[in-house]
Design a protein around this ligand. Structure first.
Ligand code: URA
Length: 250
């Protein structure tokens, strides 16, 4: 393991992918919930932003070195995102809060705990089948909404990450990710609960867990949105459908 220190970003990425696959193998046998992995090089990326030879480690390194907007001057840690490679779902939030800024990990505060429960209700988790990231990778001071120029500066990171992750679906939590990925100015109330496409990937938006913590009445519509995502994933992925059926069995 000491020799990992001298590895290139691509080599580290390969080790990380191998460990993900090994963990999946131990849990699920040869067939992972996403189907069988292939080791081909990424020359076929379909979403905008990533090129052959790119990898998540390189994106995280570029994020850590980024001074592309004013948020670089006030952040503690960058928050590139975390989860499994080749996830079923990429969950996109707005931007890090205080706890995320301190830890360098997405959704680890109160909203994060609720997000974990929301995902768990439809058999999703960052440990097994999701990757969680944000539109902006540095904390906006006092948790304000990121400014358009901050969102624009982080845009290439987001599109590269989604292209590399190749999720089966994208879940946007809150209006900032929904508006950003859909290039829309509509309110979240009209964007949520409907399927769109981002670079050919089905995308659905729902309310942000922070909004649910403030307003209990948003829980029911959020649950309706999550069920739509669950049904779409079950139609797209046999492994997920089987798991969801088995865990729903009495
Ligand atoms: N809210 C977000 O949108 N993202 C986080 O990572 C934490 C809170």
């Amino acid at each position: 393991w000491g020799s990992m220190r001298g590895m290139t970003a691509e080599q580290k990425e390969r080790v990380a992918v191998f460990l993900d696959r090994a963990a999946d193998f131990l849990r699920h046998g040869y067939k992972t919930p996403r189907g069988q992995y292939d080791f081909k090089d990424r020359e076929d990326v379909s979403a905008p932003g990533a090129e052959a030879g790119d990898c998540l480690e390189k994106v995280a390194e570029a994020i850590a070195a980024c001074a592309g907007c004013g948020l670089a001057g006030t952040r503690t840690k960058t928050v590139p995102g975390e989860g499994v490679r080749r996830p079923l779902v990429v969950v996109v939030g707005e931007g890090p809060g205080a706890e995320e800024d301190a830890w360098g990990k997405p959704f680890v505060g109160n909203a994060g705990q609720l997000l974990t429960k929301m995902l768990g209700a439809i058999r999703l988790s960052r440990e097994r089948n999701c990757f969680i990231l944000n539109v902006v990778k540095c904390r906006p001071p006092r948790n304000r909404e990121p400014a358009p120029e901050e969102i624009a500066a982080c845009g290439p990171f987001l599109s590269r990450q989604i292209a590399l992750l190749e999720p089966r679906a994208i879940l946007c939590v809150g209006r900032t990710p929904a508006r950003t990925l859909l290039k829309s100015a509509e309110p979240i109330g009209s964007l949520r609960g409907r399927f769109f496409e981002y670079a050919g990937i089905p995308l659905i938006a729902t309310y942000h867990p922070s909004a649910l913590l403030r307003d209990q009445s948003l829980k029911r519509p959020t649950w309706e949105d999550l069920k739509k995502l669950r049904d779409r994933l079950a139609a797209l992925d046999e492994g997920y459908a089987r798991e969801a059926r088995e865990s729903d069995a009495p």
